[in-house]
Ligand binder design. Sequence first.
Ligand code: SUG
Length: 435
Amino acid sequence: MTYKEYNFDGLIGPTHNYAGLSFGNLASATNAGAASNPREAALQGLQKMRSAMELGLGQGFLPPQDRPHLKTLRALGFSGADTQVIEKAVATEPQLLANCYAASCMWTANAGTVAPSPDTQDGKVHFTPANLAANFHRSIEADTTARVLEHLFDDENMFVHHPPLPGAMHFGDEGAANHGRLCEQHGDAGIHLFVYGEDGERFPARQKKRASEAVARNHQLAPKSTVFVEQSKAALDAGAFHNDVVGVANGTVLFLHEQSFSDPKAAYASIRKAAPFVEIVEAPQAEVSLEDCIKSYLFNSQLLTLPGGEMALLLPTEAEENPRVKAFVDDTVAKNNPINRVIYKNVRESMRNGGGPACLRLRVVLSEQEAAATNQHFILNEEKIGKLEAWVNAHYRDRVMPDDLRDPEFMTESFAAMQALTDLLGMGAFYDFQR
Ligand code: SUG
């Protein structure tokens, strides 16, 4: 059977804004209060999807969630008509309103963790939506994310959906942003690398070891095929709030910064033991500092196996603009390793909230049969990308300032956009605001 990796990117929603909501995420803090451009953000995202598709890769998307999330505001005591809910929240809890307006579900690496069918005991694809307990604005994504994944992968003969982990931060889980899969071919049984954190001096860790272990159990992974590694506190405190800011795994390659793991020697030894074929491509601190790596999102690149077998790195333009990072990338491509192609894409609107190319996608390895059973509305081709671009151009603003969230008209516009999207995608009354 042939297996293929599909990237499901988050379609960026109409309320994309810079609210400084994520402690430990330096870009989110730095750009708090700046003007965002949701239209440009969504078009940049679609353009990135188009590039991956043009490389011959499987490309899908996850729809944005309904924001402002009135269901959350109502659960917190704001009542009345929709407009009144907004007005009351504006009057007493404007920061809470900003949390309920975040378009953060665009970063689908955090939507959940996926185990492809060659890796699981029952031979099905397993999904666990992330509880995202570390940040309030992200924790409210989990319910709808679960609904979205069930909607896309709706065949119980092939797909198993677990609920988000219970227990809030005790089982803090940020999904695939701290998870990678190594294998020789996508259809082989893969090795699952789970990276967890311990609180640093400066910033708290979001991913708990016990959460990664629970996901591995739920997904019925063989213990010999799992490796659990602690992220370094140096990386966390330098702003790597997810491990995918300092490393990425794909196929036979683990591409990462020298200081990603707290004990690199021991970590590499356990990875090599589980995956003897692994090629570790490392950036030395002397060439690329953690700071450069976090500013440029060098390792938040998509490491893609192209149909011919070679690998390409899809990086943000910020990586091209940093001479040390660019030199390291050029050097990596010139050297003898499977990475031999580089593509820079502009996803600046997302980057300014700390989300690079790899944050914007959830990888799902599917057999031909599983791909055929996936909801085809969410698998892209040029025609569908064109329709989504037209939808964005019809409904999105090109400038949003923090104060715009106070205007109930922005809510009305956002819901009109979401209604048009559910019509376009045949989703019915899918979102909370439609129920
Ligand atoms: O969770 N930023 C996201 C960025 C997520 C990036 N994902 C991965 N690394 N996989 C976060 O910190 C900022 C929202 C704001 O401040 O308006 C935000 O949620």
